[in-house]
Design a protein. Structure first.
Length: 484
């Protein structure tokens, strides 16, 4: 990518992500001098496992993070307000293998480009404008889930992409996603019944479930639970490292019922100076983070300009990564990132959560009439860990709950709504409500707007889900075999 300037003088504005000697590095050029951003030698990515890289640009400040810094655990940090809090230098040392912050050279704060986005290699555009500056060897591996400013790119759209030596799918990984149930011989089915099967080159597989389904194979349907006035569920995590100090991703599927306000999720910190909440305020979604730095408390409250309707289901996904957050509703990015500065840009910035301080359906225990949620909740994910509303699990137990019931009378179903679908379409209870679609043995025919207007002949297809990944201006999820 580069910018054309007057007098035929080309200054290579670009942002490049490379693997060199097995390590990730990023090059930024805003029209003057190039800045290289590299993680330390322990941040190896050519190991055949899936990795995710986040790049957040805020003017001249570039923050590069690998794998959400999941290797940094909560017990590495002392809670805010207590003696022994890590210094800036200690924080950098703890995160040097997964996070680096750098300032791009020059005074131009904008990346100006007019060339196509390139993945997996560098094609020549009007001659070689990148001589000696970028890795010339093409990437050998697989790439999935590319997001730029919250927009997910369809890497399988052959009408948009020009590709050489690249194919849809990841044929470098072992074929371990096919599954045949015991009994009469049948055609192989996906190991992940209602989700996407993601495999590393070592053969490790993981199911990324569709909304409304959970379990190791995505074969268990999540059930709606009703939250009445003064209802709540308080959880306790067995492992405090589930609640990462640097990264959190909370996803909840809910239906508001005749209530303008209420807390959906509240996470208490280990001190009163820290907490996170997601909820409703005047029929709008809002979320807030409160951080304590020494004796001072800083926070962010962000009401979302998206009015909600009663008795309608919504999938709310909020992901925080250090100073940045991304909020999506029903899979659409509402706020790509929200930034706010607390002290110096590289100030040690983390949250210590109380592993017994996770509350669903209220902002406190016992709840007050001002902060309890009234409606239905179907599923809750905390950093990819599924929590059934009101039920204990392998990684979490319910400490206490009140007024939570195994029924939801407000969710519209095919039977309740008496939906009539023209044959051969059938009605299916989708997480967003009744939906006319094709039987499992037939392929849907889609109109230009994405609606189903008919069914075709039998066809093989794969359930493809969208993984909720990092929050950032740019995100790439990849698995690498070799690094130049």
């Amino acid at each position: 990518m580069r910018e054309r300037r007057p007098f035929d003088y080309a200054v290579p504005d670009l942002l490049a992500v490379e693997i060199r000697d097995g390590r990730l590095r990023v090059k930024v050029n805003l029209g003057t001098v190039s800045t290289w951003i590299s993680l330390n030698s322990s941040g190896i990515v050519n190991d055949g496992e899936w990795h995710v890289v986040d790049i957040v640009a805020n003017r001249l400040r570039y923050e590069v993070t690998l794998d959400h810094c999941s290797n940094v655990k909560s017990d590495h940090f002392v809670p805010f307000g207590q003696p022994g809090r890590v210094s800036t230098l200690e924080y950098k040392a703890l995160t040097s293998s997964c996070k680096i912050i750098a300032t791009a050279a020059g005074s131009n704060e904008q990346l100006n480009v007019d060339e196509p986005l390139q993945l997996g290699g560098v094609a020549l555009v009007d001659g070689d404008l990148y001589a000696g500056s970028l890795t010339r060897e093409s990437f050998i591996g697989c790439i999935r889930n590319l997001l730029i400013n919250g927009e997910l790119f369809d890497l399988g759209d052959q009408g948009v992409l020009h590709a050489e030596n690249s194919n849809v799918g990841c044929n470098l990984t072992p074929p371990v996603c096919e599954w045949v149930e015991p009994g009469p011989q049948e055609a192989p089915q996906s190991y992940c019944v209602r989700g996407e099967c993601v495999v590393s080159m070592s053969g490790n597989k993981k199911c990324v479930c569709e909304t409304g389904w959970h379990g190791p194979r995505c074969d268990k349907e999540s059930m709606w639970k009703s939250f009445e006035p003064s209802s709540f569920v308080q959880y306790a995590f067995y492992d405090s490292n589930v609640l990462s100090p640097l990264h959190s991703n909370i996803r909840v599927l809910f239906i508001p019922k005749q209530t303008d306000a209420g807390d959906l999720v509240k996470l208490r910190g280990s001190t009163f100076q820290q907490n996170m909440r997601m909820g409703l305020n005047n029929k709008h979604i809002d979320y807030s983070y409160t951080f304590g730095l020494d004796s001072t408390t800083f926070g962010l409250t962000s009401p979302v300009n998206l009015p909600l309707s009663f008795n309608t289901s919504y999938l709310l996904d909020v992901e925080r990564h250090g100073l940045y957050s991304r909020l999506t509703v029903d899979g659409l990015t509402i706020e790509p990132y929200s930034t706010y500065r607390i002290g110096a840009p590289d100030e040690p910035f983390y949250m210590n959560f109380d592993k017994q301080g996770f509350i669903l359906g209220a902002g406190s225990v016992p709840p007050s009439s001002q902060n309890d949620f009234v409606g239905c909740i179907k599923e809750l994910y905390v950093n990819d860990l599924f929590l059934s509303p009101g039920d204990s699990g392998d990684d979490v137990r319910v400490l206490t709950k009140e007024n939570v019931y195994n029924v939801c009378t407000t969710f519209p179903t095919c039977q309740m709504s008496n939906v009539q679908c023209p044959p051969p379409l059938i009605c299916v209870d989708f997480w967003k409500g009744p939906f006319c679609t094709c039987p499992a043995h037939m392929s849907p025919l889609l109109a230009d707007d994405g609606t189903v207007y008919g069914c075709g002949s039998m066809a093989q297809y794969l359930h493809v889900g969208v993984t909720r990944s990092a929050i950032a201006a740019i995100l790439i999820c990849f698995v690498s075999l070799l690094g130049a």
